[in-house]
Design a protein around this ligand. Structure first.
Ligand SMILES: Nc1ncnc2c1ncn2[C@@H]1O[C@H](COP(=O)(O)OP(=O)(O)OP(=O)(O)O)[C@@H](O)[C@H]1O
Ligand SMILES: [Mg+2]
Length: 116
C-alpha cells in the first residue's frame, strides 16, 4: 500500500476530486495547509531589500491506495491540478506499513478501499 500526499491549489480541488472519482479512487482526507514552494517576496527595509519566504494557502490531499491504484491516482492529480504556472504543487508517494478498517478489523489491501 502507499499513501499519496498531494499539495494542490485550493481552486483546483473540485477538478481534482472529479478526476479522482472518474479514476474510481475512493477514500481520502483533505486539509488546508500553508506552504512554501520556493517563491520569495521582496521586503524593503531601511538597509535595502531583503527577501522573505512566501507562504501560500494550499490544500493537502491524503489518499491511501493499494499498489495498483498508485498510477491512476497520480495521473488523475497530475492532469487535473496543473495550470502550468509556478505553484501547482507536489505529489509525494509514501510506503504504508499497515492499514486497518476499524469497523471490521480488516487489514491492508482489504482495508484501504472503502466499502459501499
Ligand atoms: N519539498 C517540499 N516539501 C513539502 N512540501 C512542499 C515541498 N515543495 C512544495 N511543497 C508544498 O507544495 C506547495 C506548492 O509548491 P510549488 O508548486 O511551488 O512547488 P515547486 O516544486 O516550487 O513547483 P513550481 O516550480 O511549480 O513552483 C508549497 O506551498 C508547499 O505547501
Ligand atoms: Mg514553487
Amino acid at each position: 500500500m502507499k499513501l499519496v500526499v498531494a499539495i494542490i491549489r485550493g481552486e483546483k480541488l473540485n477538478d481534482v476530486l472529479e478526476a479522482l472519482f472518474r479514476a474510481e479512487v475512493r477514500g481520502l482526507s483533505i486539509s488546508r495547509v500553508q506552504g512554501h514552494g520556493g517563491e520569495t517576496e521582496r521586503v524593503e527595509t531601511y538597509r535595502g531589500t531583503t527577501v522573505k519566504m512566501e507562504l501560500s494557502e494550499k490544500v493537502r490531499l491524503e489518499i491511501g491506495v493499494s499498489d495498483h491504484f498508485v498510477e491512476p491516482t497520480v495521473k488523475a492529480i497530475l492532469s487535473s491540478a496543473r495550470t502550468g504556472e509556478v505553484g501547482d504543487g507536489k505529489i509525494f508517494v509514501l510506503p504504508v506499513e499497515k492499514v486497518y478498517r476499524i469497523r471490521t478489523g480488516e487489514e491492508d489491501t482489504a482495508a484501504v478501499t472503502p466499502v459501499f
